[in-house]
Design a protein around this ligand. Structure first.
Ligand SMILES: Cc1cc2nc3c(=O)[nH]c(=O)nc-3n(C[C@H](O)[C@H](O)[C@H](O)COP(=O)(O)O)c2cc1C
Length: 185
């Protein structure tokens, strides 16, 4: 994990999303809760369903080029200071909808997938492992795609440890998240 390279308290534009296409996504809930804890920064939360594109293939790229939605998302990334993602884990890996977006972003010319931006990566699951598999996968991979991973946060057993009205109720995890936000804000 990289040390943070921003001036503390500098106003940030934060781009945030859950890497899940479920309308009931627990990772969306975690993203919304975490976004609410950032103060004096602008957080834009997007839904990856709004960036659904044809399944990536080299043939398709040759035939039709990069979809406009990938270009739009690339511009959003490039104009942000921090990217915050919370990953759902499917079979130990990325959700297909996210992987498709990742693949399209990664073949765009003249820019890196994650725009050389600081990234805060999170993940949660219903089970006790807190989707650590997909989180570690992203943490290891993203530096090769121009992502500066400055913090990670795995949140286990979502239904037990999170309440809609209160957010995180497991004190040790709440403190861990607050201290990450304090460090990267
Ligand atoms: C196809 C599929 C595969 C899954 N694989 C895993 C897995 O490998 N590890 C895990 O912790 N949960 C797994 N789950 C359960 C998800 O963690 C759970 O559905 C969670 O709610 C997904 O996050 P989301 O609600 O943000 O989409 C899987 C669920 C589905 C539908």
């Amino acid at each position: 994990m990289l040390p943070l390279q921003t001036n503390k308290s500098t106003y940030m534009k934060i781009l945030a999303f859950a890497a899940s296409n479920s309308s009931q996504s627990i990772n969306k809930k975690l993203i919304h809760y975490t976004a609410s804890l950032f103060q004096n920064h602008e957080v834009e939360i997007i839904d990856i369903n709004d960036y659904e594109m044809p399944i990536y293939s080299t043939d398709r790229q040759m035939a039709t080029g990069i979809p406009e939605l990938a270009t739009t998302l690339g511009q959003k990334i490039d104009s942000s200071d921090l990217i915050m993602i919370s990953f759902a884990e499917h079979n130990g890996s990325y959700v297909t909808a996210f992987k498709n977006i990742f693949d399209w972003l990664s073949v765009m010319k003249d820019r890196k997938t994650w725009g050389e931006k600081n990234m805060f990566l999170m993940a949660t699951s219903p089970g006790p492992r807190g989707a650590i598999g997909v989180l570690e996968m992203a943490e290891k991979r993203f530096p090769f795609n121009g992502g500066h991973v400055v913090a990670t946060f795995s949140f286990p057993s979502f239904a037990t440890n999170f309440k809609e009205e209160e957010g995180i109720i497991l004190e040790e995890k709440k403190q861990e998240l607050l201290s990450i936000i304090e460090r990267i804000s």
